[in-house]
Design a protein around this ligand. Sequence first.
Ligand code: FMN
Length: 171
Amino acid sequence: MYRLIYPMRTYLIVSGQGEETNVMAADWVTVLSHEPTLIGVAVSPKRYTHRLISKYKEFVISVPSLEMLRDVWIAGTKSGPSKLKEMSITLINSTKIATPSIKEALANIECKVVDARDYGDHTWFVGEIVGYTYKEEAFKNGKPDIMNANFLAHAAWTDFVTFEKRIYKAE
Ligand SMILES: Cc1cc2nc3c(=O)[nH]c(=O)nc-3n(C[C@H](O)[C@H](O)[C@H](O)COP(=O)(O)O)c2cc1C
């Protein structure tokens, strides 16, 4: 039962361009390769996002904070670009691709699709990271700064959590 690997982090996937820009919530995101830097997301063909990633062959993985939970929930429960009218995010230009980034996000990772493969009822889109932006206060010295940013994780259904503001050293 895959719910047993939760809590998982939750991300926002931006797809499409212009009037057709869309945002959905996604838990099923992972890094696949260091060099080249590849990252993947599992998207059901039922999602509007699936259509847009298939069409434009690019997407942005945005890292939301706890403060963005209301927008994350809208992105994860409503379908299609019209939901953006209800959301309070600001779309900004990405650095390397036409799909926009989200100004309020802690980070935005710009990806070009290099592979798409169906596994069961989801498509695994693999993106090569071609650009990124992030908030300095959320990532210091190459590390997520859990003292200053409320990184968002998903526990179950409507339950979300953030991290304790404390570091436990392994050694
Ligand atoms: C926290 C959360 C995580 C989700 N993770 C995924 C996911 O990894 N893959 C997926 O296909 N759908 C996922 N969903 C469902 C989509 O976000 C949801 O169906 C959304 O309405 C799709 O929007 P769209 O049709 O505009 O693309 C998730 C929903 C929530 C609330």
